[in-house]
Design a protein around this ligand. Structure first.
Ligand SMILES: Cc1cc2nc3c(=O)[nH]c(=O)nc-3n(C[C@H](O)[C@H](O)[C@H](O)COP(=O)(O)OP(=O)(O)OC[C@H]3O[C@@H](n4cnc5c(N)ncnc54)[C@H](O)[C@@H]3O)c2cc1C
Length: 381
């Protein structure tokens, strides 16, 4: 049986694909080389509903499902990994946390501005000393009268300097078990003591904003606390489960983009008087890429379909992210090989795809962490 998206999902897929080809692809190389966040694309993303993909219409969002979310990310990633990462983290992490666990007042305050792009969202869990062991975070939030004071440093935060607000995970109970004493807060840019202390120069996804954030005696009110006190880490794990579907979709898009380029190039490029596509060595690389990426698609859209049916999907999301990210890196590498020396130059986008794909094996839990999650589910059963 052939996997088929619904008619509605296919219409969305075509709309986002057309947008990505017309508005993103022509600029992606320049944005990457300039290593700057392309603020000018934000109103266009908003107009298409891509900044409020899962946000209900009452808050100005597109009110779409997780399958739609994956489709949007995949189509953008086919032409630009950086923008796919921006859209994925804005929707899945920053606004996703408020959508899932925020109060009505927080949803009314933050979600409409997030959907218009007036406020892009960041989400800060990782710290210089805690990545895979994310519950080891040391940023603190201490009670200060009716409010809180935040102190600490966050690392690798997407939209950290270009966002309007940031969801921050901080330790509120140092004497509790490390996963139990963490709480989420939302902090607006411009709050005294909250700053982007360092822009990080990266291998790939260079036009996505990645920064170190500092919280130096940042005073916030209790209305900025998201969810229950000391419950932030449990909520965070649920946010990452869905986030992993979007990183799988990003990997899928980058891989499929690289495959399309390899097919076109291999039919065009002649060596020994024949298109290189005539050679079996090239055909086998194309065949392996296609088979692996279709397998990645099945895993990704299975996880999304489970999420849409409100069925457990954590293990399936980890499997999708693990497989799709590693398959995408292999596919981009093979595509570059098929492009030969030209693929190694920046004249062709395939080298950018290879650089961008690598983050999918690291962000929102490394491949090793995904294997730990999958094994935990297997063994506990
Ligand atoms: C471009 C980019 C964007 C990001 N965006 C965000 C963001 O918006 N918000 C945010 O909070 N974070 C973000 N991150 C952080 C990202 O989630 C972390 O980098 C990731 O979780 C890995 O943590 P680490 O870098 O500290 O690596 P480490 O945890 O130090 O891992 C180093 C290596 O050790 C391995 N390892 C660690 N523990 C184990 C173990 N128990 N068993 C086996 N192997 C292990 C890892 O798999 C890895 O190979 C981003 C990172 C990047 C690079």
């Amino acid at each position: 049986m052939r996997f088929q998206l619904s008619e509605q999902h296919q219409i969305l897929q075509k709309a986002v694909r057309d947008f990505a080809r017309a508005e993103v692809a022509p600029h992606a190389r320049k944005w990457d080389e300039e290593e700057r966040f392309p603020r000018e694309i934000v109103p266009k993303l908003a107009a298409l509903g891509l900044l409020g993909i899962r946000i209900p219409e009452e808050y100005g969002g597109a009110g779409m499902d997780t399958t739609s979310y994956a489709i949007c990310i995949e189509e953008i990633a086919k032409v630009d990994g950086s923008l796919a990462l921006t859209v994925a983290s804005h929707n899945g992490l920053g606004t996703g946390h408020i959508l899932a666990f925020g109060s009505d007042a927080q949803k009314k305050k933050y979600l409409p501005k997030a959907t218009t792009g007036e406020w892009l969202a960041a989400w800060a869990l990782t710290e210089p000393g805690s990545g895979s062991d994310s519950a080891g975070l040391t940023t603190t939030a201490k009670k200060d009268g009716a409010g809180w004071v935040l102190n600490g440093t966050k690392m690798f935060i997407t939209q950290g300097s270009v966002g309007g607000f940031c969801v921050v995970l901080a330790r509120t109970n140092p004497s509790a078990a490390k996963q139990k004493g963490i709480t989420a807060f939302v902090v607006e840019h411009g709050t005294p003591g909250f700053s982007a202390s360092k822009h990080l120069e990266k291998l790939g996804c260079r036009s996505s904003d990645t920064v170190e954030l500092t919280f130096d005696n940042v005073k916030i009110s209790d209305e900025q606390r998201i969810g229950e006190i000391d419950h932030g880490f449990t909520d965070t794990m649920r946010i990452l489960d869905r986030g992993r579907i979007s990183i799988a979709a990003m990997a899928l898009g980058l891989g499929r983009g690289a495959l399309d380029m390899a097919v076109a190039y291999s039919k065009d490029r002649k060596q020994f008087n024949r298109p290189i596509a005539d050679y079996q060595a090239v055909q086998w690389m194309l065949a392996d890429m296609k088979a692996e990426l279709d397998a990645a698609a099945l895993l990704t859209y299975r996880a999304a379909a489970l999420a849409d049916k409100n069925l457990p999907f954590a293990r399936e999301a980890s499997m999708a992210k693990l497989f799709a990210s590693e398959a995408a890196s292999r596919a981009c590498n093979k595509s570059l090989q098929i492009h030969g020396g030209y693929g190694y130059t920046r004249e062709f986008p395939v080298e950018r795809h290879l650089r961008d794909a690598k983050i999918c094996e690291i962000g929102e839990g490394t491949s090793e962490v995904q294997r730990m999650v999958i094994a935990k589910h297997l063994l506990r059963g």
